[in-house]
Write a protein that binds this ligand. Structure first.
Ligand SMILES: C[S@@+](CC[C@H](N)C(=O)[O-])C[C@H]1O[C@@H](n2cnc3c(N)ncnc32)[C@H](O)[C@@H]1O
Length: 187
């Protein structure tokens, strides 16, 4: 996509899950977007030219420094609002046209590495995201997140429906031991 990316040590190196999410948002990104768990900032960066603003949040301060640098070297820093924080917690009363998230979703008895550990069932961040996302989504907005078959896609779709929202898989890619999907949430 003609963007330059620098990856700081200790920050998640963009991988197939990042690229699948980018493929899914490219045709629909517009307005104000929120990119949770931003890592290097790659997801928001790829659509920065098409949108009004990108709010990027990560719990790792080094990831936020990395995101700022990547927006600067691609001359789109004026669109960025980069925040260190835990998921939606730093946000006040604000709503977005598009919310994206490539969360840590691998399961792990004891969370070891915040860039990929999703807790015992790999669902810690996914469940919190689904339960809060409607507070930050505009009426016609969309939220897209990535997850794997290893942490139960049906459970996500059921929780989305329990929250009174619509969920569907809009993209999927098979790998040796898992399938990675992008789930879209709307009202
Ligand atoms: C799998 S990486 C995705 C990075 C980037 N979005 C990408 O697609 O390449 C997950 C990111 O989530 C961040 N993270 C983990 N727990 C978080 C939390 N509670 N709130 C915000 N970010 C979190 C990690 O620091 C890491 O950068």
């Amino acid at each position: 996509m003609g963007k330059r990316i620098i990856i700081y040590p200790g920050v998640y190196e963009p991988a197939e899950d990042s690229y699948l999410l980018i493929d899914a948002i490219m045709p629909i990104a517009s307005g104000d977007i929120l990119d949770l768990c931003c890592g290097t900032g790659i997801v928001g960066l790829c659509v920065a030219d098409k949108v009004r603003s990108v709010t990027s949040i990560d719990i790792n301060p080094i990831a936020i420094k990395n995101t700022c640098e990547n927006f600067k070297i691609n001359s789109v820093y004026d669109k960025l609002n980069a925040i260190v924080g835990d998921l939606f917690n730093p946000l006040g009363k604000v709503k977005f046209d598009l919310i994206t998230m490539n969360p840590p979703y691998l399961w792990d008895e004891e969370p070891k590495d915040i860039s990929w550990s999703g807790g015992k069932k790999g669902r810690n961040i996914i469940d919190r995201f689904i339960m809060s996302v409607s507070n930050f989504l505009k009426e016609n907005g969309k939220a897209l997140f990535v997850q794997s078959t290893i942490n139960d896609i049906e459970e996500s779709l059921e929780l989305i429906s329990k929250m009174g929202l619509k969920g569907k898989i809009i993209m999927r890619k098979k790998f040796l031991f898992e399938e990675i999907v992008v789930i879209e949430i709307t009202y």
